[in-house]
Ligand binder design. Structure first.
Ligand SMILES: [Zn+2]
Length: 214
């Protein structure tokens, strides 16, 4: 079932170690099939180098396994909560990438100091309050606190990103870590200069509507 989407979700999992966003088994990607509403997600506790496309677990919105031999990721209920409350989202990614998670550990949002951040996120990356792993609690915080951003830091934990597709959400995870890394170094050098809200809005609009091939 959903052979293409399963391959896509597998391919996107391979991007996480490639961009140094994950260690061991930590981190996961899911995608929603817009036609059937089914979700493809990582199996729990399997290392990235041991994953195969056929290992991805297919579930429905109530977390019933539709196809797959493995137990689904322990973050599955979080992903499902996001899909249930954000019909515009068809991809969700979770990592503990180092620099973004360092901001999460001190409970600080990543301010929009960089044009690249304005392009991708249209503002700062917000931080949501502490919640325990495994249930819908994290999902609730994401939905309440992410606003119009594609990324959110979860206090003391890591990063969740969303997108129109799994690829979109993986891109946001790569960009969030890149923004966090540069911001961290900038903060060692001095006080980063703010970009006005007007310029942030203009950069975001250009990147969303003009940049690239259309
Ligand atoms: Zn986590």
């Amino acid at each position: 079932m959903l052979e293409q989407l399963r391959q896509q979700v597998y391919d996107m999992h391979m991007e996480l170690p490639r961009y140094n966003l994950v260690v061991w088994t930590m981190g996961n990607v899911s995608a929603r099939d817009p036609e059937t509403g089914l979700i493809v997600i990582k199996p729990s506790g399997v290392r990235f180098e041991d994953l195969h496309p056929e290992d991805m677990v297919i579930i429905d919105m109530d977390a019933n396994v539709v196809e797959g031999k493995y137990k689904y990721s322990s973050d599955t209920l979080t992903h499902l909560y996001v899909y249930r409350h954000r019909p515009d989202v068809n991809g969700v990614v979770h990592t503990h990438s180092t620099f973004a998670t360092a901001f999460a550990a001190v409970g600080k949002p990543i301010p929009c100091f960089l044009t690249g951040m304005a392009d991708e996120f249209g503002g700062p990356i917000p931080v949501g309050g502490f919640s325990l792993i495994g249930g819908i609690e994290i999902g609730k915080v994401i939905v309440e606190s992410i606003g119009s951003s594609k990324a959110i830091l979860m206090q003391n934990h890591g990063v969740f990103t969303i997108g129109k597709t799994a690829k979109d959400a993986v891109k946001a995870a790569v960009m969030a870590e890149d923004a966090a890394r540069t911001s961290y170094y900038a903060m060692q050098l001095g006080t980063p200069l703010p970009i006005s809200a007007e310029n942030v809005a203009s950069l975001y609009d250009r990147y969303s509507n003009v940049y690239g091939q259309h």
